[in-house]
Design a protein around this ligand. Structure first.
Ligand SMILES: Nc1ncnc2c1ncn2[C@@H]1O[C@H](COP(=O)(O)OP(=O)(O)OP(=O)(O)O)[C@@H](O)[C@H]1O
Length: 419
């Protein structure tokens, strides 16, 4: 082994030693980083007796993608590992394509891992990717969380993801591949200056001259990740004291919240918005700060699919009715990503928001103790225009609505996610 190969292999082995997976998935695009990861992991797996399974995502966006998947399949077969190509057909033409493709990729990998009963899926992000992420976050005036950049381990959609090469440089991996005589596919978008990441890569070459190397930037990310972990713990412990979950709402004690350190107070509000509003990302920092100012002034506001309602003693964060008006789900499936409604089987019935019309039919809704603004955004069972049940408003015997993950699910979102 060359020096580069040895360092990369040692770092990978050290990373995996902390919690060795029994069956490991590897996400391989065919690019240099992930081909190197595959080769390194294949050597490690042979020595360790671990089973590897390989997946390539074909986003269906470039004609070459199918050939790239075949290239990876061939390599996996040569190394003696199973390979699957996961196809994405879901882009509806709305939103940011890159972002949608990335989210779809993680979704496809997670469901593959769950089905194949893999303990984790490894991705090939390198120290250089980490450094680029830090610089891109600087541009967004990020705080501790953003500068912590990419975590080395995290859990998403029922699947553990790991990035065992975050401590290894891209050049080391390329040298390793050359030494092994292993080809890879160069992604043409890596040279497209239309992408922020490519421009950032060029900027890093300039920063390098100032001693701000990829290694230094990756260290900054590691320091920030430690700080983030401490802040998450602090926020979690305080949330336990000042916050409770009331059905689907998060209710924060106003006095207790006002006495908190600003950063911790912001984290608790942000967690509540994410959990109630189901958004993949929190609102921008400036928006969060405006919201906090409004809350301090005692003004009720809406943000990120939530209604933040000021009560005499509490800040009640509930789902915004307008955000769920169009949501529909068959009975038995999750509604609004978190509610499961259970009751007698009803032909032709579906889940929709209770809404104002529905609430008018729930004569005893006040007995629920929930404000009408919360109730209108709760799940109800409808057949056409007929309301069959509204479990949270006490309408329809034999029905109940349960929160997926329970109230603890909220507190769990504040806990440190792992670095
Ligand atoms: N089409 C793909 N099929 C399988 N794995 C992929 C694919 N694209 C990316 N990956 C995995 O993700 C890693 C990072 O890829 P890349 O840098 O292109 O993603 P990104 O979009 O910049 O980052 P991220 O996915 O974290 O947002 C790759 O090294 C590989 O492990």
């Amino acid at each position: 082994m060359t020096a580069d190969a040895e360092t990369a292999f040692e770092k990978l082995t050290g990373f995996l030693a902390t919690s060795p997976p029994g069956r490991l998935g590897v996400a391989v695009s065919g690019g240099g980083d992930s081909v190197a990861l595959l080769l390194l992991l294949s050597d490690w797996a042979r020595a360790d007796g671990t089973e590897l399974a390989i997946a390539t995502v074909d986003h269906g966006l470039r004609p070459e993608a199918a050939q790239e998947a075949d290239f990876v399949a061939g390599l996996a077969a040569r190394l003696g590992h199973d390979h699957v190509t996961l196809r994405w057909e879901g882009w509806d033409g709305t939103g940011n394509l890159q972002d949608s493709a990335r989210r779809a990729r993680y979704g496809l990998l997670a469901s593959w891992a769950r089905e194949a009963q893999l303990d984790a899926v490894a991705l090939a992000h390198t120290r250089d990717d980490q450094a680029e992420t830090v610089v891109m976050q600087l541009r967004r005036a990020a705080g501790v969380d953003g500068l912590a950049a990419m975590p080395a381990r995290w859990w998403q959609e029922g699947c553990g993801f790991i990035r065992p090469l975050l401590g290894v440089g891209r050049d080391e991996l390329r040298n390793y591949l050359r030494d092994r005589g292993q080809a890879w596919i160069e992604d043409p978008s890596n040279a497209d200056r239309g992408f922020e990441r490519v421009r950032t890569r060029d900027a890093l070459a300039v920063l390098d001259g100032l001693g701000i190397t990829a290694k230094v930037l990756a260290q900054v990310a590691a320091h920030m990740a430690k700080a983030r972990e401490a802040l998450d713990w602090h926020a979690y412990l305080e949330a336990r004291v000042v916050t409770r979950v009331d059905r689907g709402d998060v209710v924060i004690d106003r006095k207790g919240w006002r006495a908190l350190n600003d950063e911790i107070a912001r984290r608790i509000i942000r967690a509540a918005l994410l959990w109630v509003g189901r958004a993949p990302y929190p609102p921008r920092r400036a928006k969060q700060e405006q919201l906090i100012e409004a809350v301090k002034q005692g003004t009720t506001v809406t943000l990120a699919g939530c209604l933040v309602r000021i009560e005499p003693e509490a800040i009640r964060i509930c789902r915004e009715a307008a955000a769920v008006t169009e949501l529909r789900a068959p009975l038995g499936e999750l509604w609004d990503g978190r509610w499961r409604v259970i009751g007698p089987v009803e032909e032709g019935a579906e889940l929709r928001a209770l809404g104002e019309d529905g609430l008018r039919q729930c004569l005893d809704w006040r007995e629920s103790g929930l404000p009408s603004s919360s109730l209108v955004a709760t799940p109800a069972v409808w057949r056409g225009g007929i309301l069959l049940a509204a479990p949270l408003a006490g309408f329809g015997p034999g029905w109940k609505a349960e929160l997926e993950g329970g109230a603890e699910g909220f507190f769990a979102t504040i806990l440190p996610r792992g670095n």
